[in-house]
Design a binder for this molecule. Structure first.
Ligand SMILES: Cc1cc2nc3c(=O)[nH]c(=O)nc-3n(C[C@H](O)[C@H](O)[C@H](O)COP(=O)(O)OP(=O)(O)OC[C@H]3O[C@@H](n4cnc5c(N)ncnc54)[C@H](O)[C@@H]3O)c2cc1C
Length: 483
């Protein structure tokens, strides 16, 4: 090692930080990678290795026709070190890319430790250093750093739990059994992270803290009659739930309770909460239904909708089964299931600039799960992009973001794209709902689901190449400074 001062400090040697440090180092930048292990282990981390997989050893589908497979394909084309190590240590797992976790972690650690531009510092970081910094400390950020970041963000823009509502594909909501309208035809319901009880949009608006009023018809309403509602509540009560980890002692906000907790409190609790029918006149009956599930647009393309206030610990297959009891969702395709777990992420769309930099302190960038993505490969992708932004900026030419039609670009836009004022921000993993809809072809029959996916993939793969070619001079790997 022939240098003292790093040019960039990366904090956290997990999926995002390992990728970021490698990408920077390969571009000739001197990197201090600060990792708290092995002296400090979070409740989920067990090994001293970088790139530790805290739970499953699967990096999900390796089929390029699936969202996770497409993202991996793009990461390979971008030269991801983490995916290269995964490929080198894969174990048979059908269509998935699963790895032998210790070989995988050892490969990542060795590559980083031996890189002449990386200095791996084994210590917990408790205060923010000066200069260019990438924070990639993940969902279980250790020590006082979480509080330091929260203060730096200036208030309540950091979340320590995520309460995620399921998302369905718009085209699979039955239009015959639902209708479009906002409550009283003018207001929006409250939802996860809102500071008031679900459904109390008036109070939220009065507090100046709730969601902005939505224009008429922004919501899709899925009615249930009394029998359907009772059966639904009973199914939610009886459904299999995911058991929290030991360190995830459930501490729910009253304003964002899981539906099963509400269902357990009484038959009508959901009907006075997220399934409140008040102000929603069903045009087919001219009356308010017994209960309603409201769906809100999840993306700017209106191709995906989330079930407002439906954060849940129900197991994924149970969600599929039980939510199909809502008549309008009987054939719904779930793009993401609901979940609740301990997490740490920032309100990225509002706090971060286009290069994932904190608007109020541009030298400080965020990567990985902290930005509000879910999953190993998504975190790795945000580490890679963040490093490229830093490398390009230091080279004097800002990096244009990846095309929105690619998975990398869709994920990036989820994190850094503009949001409606007041719209809640929740983490996502990759799904086709992140991509813009395919162009209409007048006079031609709408392609079926499989065909649409095929075309999404084809477009994404086609669009990544020109972007890579156009940015390669910004981020081309350079001679190793210390080599
Ligand atoms: C219990 C649990 C189970 C999960 N299971 C899965 C799963 O099965 N599949 C999946 O895709 N995703 C899973 N996730 C999400 C997973 O954490 C992310 O997908 C991914 O690991 C996040 O990558 P990251 O780089 O942002 O954070 P991490 O991979 O967690 O890396 C963060 C690193 O920062 C270090 N660090 C933290 N604080 C400090 C500090 N103050 N100073 C220095 N170093 C610090 C940590 O030791 C760690 O090495 C799970 C998360 C949890 C908490």
């Amino acid at each position: 090692m022939t240098w003292d001062q790093p040019e960039v400090t990366v904090v956290g040697g997990g999926m995002a930080g390992s990728e970021a440090a490698w990408q920077l180092a390969e571009r000739g930048l001197r990197v201090a990678l600060i990792e708290q292990k092995p002296a400090e282990l979070s409740p989920a981390h067990q090994s001293p290795l970088c790139g530790e997989l805290v739970c499953s050893n699967s990096l999900r589908s390796d089929d390029v026709g699936a969202p996770a497979g497409l993202l991996k394909d793009e990461l390979r084309r971008c030269g991801s070190m983490v995916i290269a190590c995964a490929d080198a240590h894969r174990v048979p797992a059908g269509g998935a890319l699963a790895v032998e976790r210790f070989g995988f972690g050892r490969a990542i650690t060795t590559r980083l430790a031996l890189h002449p531009n990386v200095r791996l510092e084994r210590r917990r970081l408790d205060a923010l250093p000066a200069g260019d910094v990438i924070l990639a400390t993940g969902p279980l950020t250790g020590g006082p750093l979480g509080e330091v970041i929260r203060r730096e963000l200036g208030g309540d823009r950091m979340y320590f739990y995520d309460a995620i509502a399921p998302i369905v594909a718009a085209e699979t909501i039955d239009p015959e059994r639902s209708w479009r309208a906002s409550r009283w035809n003018k207001e929006s319901p409250a939802s996860a992270h809102d500071p008031v009880a679900p459904g109390d949009a008036r109070a939220a608006a009065a507090a100046g803290d709730g969601e902005a009023a939505a224009p008429d018809g922004d919501y899709v309403n899925c009615p249930l009659d009394r029998d359907q509602y009772v059966a639904f509540v009973e199914a939610v009560r009886a459904g299999r739930k995911v058991t929290p980890h030991d360190f995830e002692e459930p501490r729910y906000f009253e304003s964002c309770l899981p539906i099963e907790v509400m269902a357990d409190r009484g038959l009508d609790v959901l009907r006075y909460g997220p399934m409140r029918p008040v102000g929603l006149t069903d045009p087919r009956t001219g009356r308010w239904p017994h209960a309603v599930v409201q769906l809100r647009p999840e993306n700017r393309y209106l191709t995906a909708y989330n079930l407002v206030g439906f954060q849940t610990r129900l197991a994924y297959p149970e969600q599929q089964r039980i939510f199909a009891m809502i008549p309008a969702l009987a054939g719904a395709e779930f793009l993401r299931y609901g979940s609740i777990h301990r997490n740490t992420y920032v309100d990225a769309p509002r706090l971060l600039g286009p290069e994932l930099e904190l608007r109020t302190r541009p030298g400080l960038r965020f990567a990985g799960l902290l930005t509000g993505v879910e999953g190993y490969i998504e975190s790795c992708a945000m580490g890679l992009l963040c490093a490229w932004f830093v490398a390009a900026r230091r080279g004097g030419a800002p990096l244009p973001p990846p095309p929105p039609t690619t998975m990398l670009g869709g994920l990036y836009l989820h994190v850094a794209g503009a949001r409606e004022p007041g719209a809640p921000y929740a983490p996502t993993n990759v799904n086709f709902g992140l991509l813009p809809p395919l162009p209409e072809e007048p006079g031609r029959r709408r392609p079926d689901k499989a065909e649409r996916k095929r075309r999404h993939v084809e477009r994404a793969r086609g669009d990544l190449g020109p972007w890579l070619a156009s940015v390669c001079h910004h981020v081309a790997p350079q001679a190793r400074a210390g080599a």
